[in-house]
Design a protein around this ligand. Structure first.
Ligand SMILES: [Mn+2]
Length: 306
C-alpha cells in the first residue's frame, strides 16, 4: 500500500511541479498490487485500475529513462531486467525506509531513512498544494499500514497524517484497512504461545517462557502486555534457533542477570540487542522436544541463581 500510494502520488507531484508530461512518466508495480491493498482501496471507493500503471515496462524505454525506485529493500522484490538496469543506470534514485536495505549498496544514488515509518509520509511533505482526495486516502492508508496504525511513528508521521486528516476523514480511511491473513496466523501464534507458556516467579517478578515457530517478537510483546516482567520466547527456524527476551520497562539489573545469565550458559549463542530486548541466535535448528528440554533446564538454572 505504501509503495502504491507513494508512486502514484509522486507521479502527480512531478506532473504539477516539473515540465514532465503525464505520458512521459510510467508507474510500474512489478509485483502488481497485493490483494489486501486492492481490498483496502475498494473499501475506500478507489479503483486502482483507473490509475495509469502497469506491471511491466519495455526494457528499451527503461534504458532511456531516469528511474526512481520507492519503498524497495532488496533485489528479490524486483524482476531481474529492472534490477540489472538499476545497477547500470547512473540516473537512478532509490528511496526507502526499510531497516535492512540491501539494495542501496548496489545503486548509484539512494535516499535511505529508516526513521521514516512510511514512504507515504515523506511524499506528503512534497506537496505544497491540495492533495486530491483519492491520493490523500491512499497516502493515509500507506501511513497507517506501515506504521501499524501509529505504533511506529515519528513527528513527521504525525505531521503528514495531520495534513491528510484535513483533506479526508481519518475515521473513514481507518475503516478501509483490511484484516490480513497474517492477522489470523499471528493470533494463532499468540494463542499457541499462551498454551505453552510456563510462569516462573522470582522475587515477586513474573517470568514467562514459551516457544513459537514464528512471530516470536510480537509474542514476547504480547506476554509483557499480558502481565509478565520478562518474556522469553524460543523460536526454532529452518537453520537456526532464536530466543527473544523482552523486559518490561524499568526492569532492574538483578533481574536481567537472573534471566540472561542462564540463557547465555545454556545457548552459547550470538547475542544482540539493547536495554529491554535481547535476541540470542543459536546457529542450529532445534526440534520442539529439544527446545522443551532447554526450557526446563533454563527454569532450573534460574531457580538455582535465586
Ligand atoms: Mn513502506
Amino acid at each position: 500500500m505504501d509503495a502504491i500510494a507513494s508512486a502514484l502520488s509522486l507521479k502527480e507531484n512531478l506532473i504539477s511541479y516539473t515540465d514532465l508530461k503525464e505520458e512521459e512518466l510510467f508507474v510500474i508495480f512489478p509485483e502488481g498490487a497485493s490483494l489486501d491493498a486492492v481490498e483496502s482501496l475498494r473499501k475506500c471507493d478507489i479503483e486502482l485500475r483507473s490509475y495509469d500503471w502497469s506491471e511491466k515496462i519495455d526494457p528499451d524505454i527503461l534504458r532511456r529513462s531516469s528511474i526512481i525506485v520507492l519503498d524497495t529493500a532488496s533485489e528479490d522484490q524486483l524482476p531481474s531486467y529492472i534490477f540489472d538496469e538499476m545497477k547500470k543506470n547512473r540516473d537512478v534514485l532509490l528511496i526507502d525506509h526499510h531497516q535492512n536495505n540491501t539494495l542501496k549498496a548496489k545503486v548509484f544514488n539512494y535516499y535511505w531513512d529508516p526513521t521514516l515509518a512510511s514512504i507515504s509520509e515523506l511524499i506528503v511533505q512534497l506537496f505544497d498544494r491540495e492533495i486530491q482526495v483519492p491520493l490523500a486516502k491512499m497516502l493515509f492508508l500507506g501511513i497507517l499500514t506501515d506504521s501499524s496504525r501509529f505504533l511506529r511513528a515519528s513527528s513527521l508521521t504525525f505531521n503528514s497524517a495531520s495534513k491528510l486528516a484535513k483533506i479526508v476523514e481519518y475515521e473513514n480511511v481507518r475503516k478501509c484497512l483490511v484484516k490480513t491473513a497474517e492477522d489470523r496466523s499471528l493470533r494463532l501464534a499468540r494463542l499457541k504461545a499462551m498454551q505453552r507458556t510456563i510462569i516462573e516467579e522470582i522475587e515477586d517478578r513474573l517470568i514467562t517462557v514459551t516457544y513459537v515457530s514464528s512471530y516470536e517478537s510480537d509474542v514476547a510483546d504480547f506476554l509483557l502486555k499480558a502481565g509478565s516482567d520478562v518474556s522469553v520466547v524460543f523460536s526454532p527456524k529452518k537453520d537456526q534457533t532464536r530466543v527473544v527476551v523482552k523486559f518490561r520497562e524499568g526492569a532492574d539489573d538483578v533481574l536481567r542477570k537472573k534471566v540472561l545469565g542462564p540463557l547465555r550458559d545454556l545457548m552459547k549463542a550470538e547475542e544482540a540487542g539493547h536495554k529491554d530486548i535481547v535476541i540470542f541466535v543459536f546457529k542450529k535448528p532445534l526440534t520442539k522436544g529439544v527446545i522443551q528440554k532447554y526450557i526446563s533446564e533454563f527454569r532450573k538454572a534460574m531457580k538455582n541463581r535465586e
